[in-house]
Design a protein around this ligand. Structure first.
Ligand code: PLP
Length: 334
């Protein structure tokens, strides 16, 4: 028995999220067993992976009787937007910090944070480390003024949201003729990935996990995931379920020149899934992940008897702030 059940959780995600069969894609590729888990369809702010983590982060904030939550990210950050929405529902004041200049493009990208009632601070073009320092300093200042701030983002705590998602998916598989074998996730900062991988380990490895790197080189991605996995396992008091890197496949061919930089394959995935399945993907995380999923399905790289599922981690609202990057995209059908 783990300590998972004892940790405070603020309920945000109606479960289970939809597990949808990609029938038109299956027919077009003549590849059966293609699924998407719709974590982009949740009741709050169009959903997304961060809502599962926010259940634990806001649970912790409530437990420490915080009255204000602080969160940081780029102006397009899905974490910031979902924190602004969930914090407002849970009765917390919310301050969002962007490492961006206060200009028209950042204001447009951050607009929904204001709609959800958050205060937004623009810290200028600084790096993630400087941004974290600025947030810490703001928390110290607030505490001096008698406030009780909580900084959102602890990776080990956030990972627990996807530990539960692995359990949820394995339960959904009971309804299927053939259970899902391959699960695809974006490979990024590691919180979502580590949680799912830990959940998979606790279940006895029903899934093969595929991480599609959108940000780091393979060694760094693996190291990040392993560290978060270990601290999440420690947090819930599990010993002996060691991180088994051999059970995680990393796909490095879909990142392109770097984080948030467009690729042709991602652009094609956006158009393919929009037109075949009515799905919206955003270019930074989901489009690169779906591009890899599509490529492997199209090439028959995985046995047809082993169903594949891509987790749509959300972020769709950020699509509307990225109009400029779509200017050169050939949108007309061939
Ligand atoms: C839509 C979306 N998918 C995936 C990720 C990656 O999640 P993680 O930071 O847990 O690796 C993010 C992170 O911001 C995201 O916004």
């Amino acid at each position: 028995m783990t300590r998972l059940v004892d940790l405070p959780r603020y309920e945000l995600v109606p479960r289970p999220t939809l597990l949808q069969s990609l029938q038109r894609t299956e027919a077009a590729l003549r590849r059966p067993g293609l699924f998407v888990k719709r974590d982009d369809l949740m009741a709050i702010a169009m959903g997304g992976n961060k809502l599962r983590s926010l259940e634990y982060w806001l649970g912790a904030a409530q437990q420490m009787k915080a009255d204000i939550v602080l969160v940081a990210g780029t102006a397009l950050s899905n974490l910031c937007r979902l924190t602004a929405a969930a914090a407002s529902m849970a009765g917390f004041e919310c301050v969002v910090f962007h490492n961006a200049p206060d200009d028209a493009s950042a204001r447009r990208a951050s607009f929904l944070n204001r709609i959800f009632g958050a205060s937004v601070r623009y810290l200028g073009p600084i790096d993630e480390h400087q941004r974290a320092q600025a947030v810490e300093a703001a928390a110290v200042d607030l505490a001096r003024q008698g406030r009780r701030p909580y900084i959102v983002g602890d990776p080990a705590l956030g990972a627990l949201g996807y530990l539960r998602a692995a359990e949820e998916l394995s339960e959904q598989c009971r309804e299927l003729r053939r259970p899902i074998r391959h699960v695809f996730l974006p490979g990024s900062m590691g919180t979502t990935e580590a949680g799912f991988i830990l959940g998979n380990a606790l279940l006895g490895y029903p899934f093969e996990v595929h991480l599609v790197s959108v940000e780091y080189q393979e060694a760094e991605l693996r190291e990040r995931v392993r560290k978060i996995y270990d601290s999440a396992a420690a947090l819930i008091g599990i010993d002996g379920v060691r991180f088994d890197g051999a059970r995680v496949r990393c796909h490095m061919g879909f990142r392109g020149a770097g984080y948030a930089l467009p690729t042709r394959a991602a652009e094609r995935a956006i158009l393919t899934f929009a037109r075949a399945e009515g799905l919206l993907l955003e270019p930074i995380y989901s489009a690169k992940t779906f591009a890899c999923f599509l490529d492997l399905a199209r090439r028959g790289a995985l046995p047809a008897a082993e169903p594949m599922c891509v987790i749509h981690t959300g972020g769709v609202p950020s699509l509307f702030g990225q109009f400029e990057s779509f200017r050169d995209l050939a949108l007309d059908p061939p």
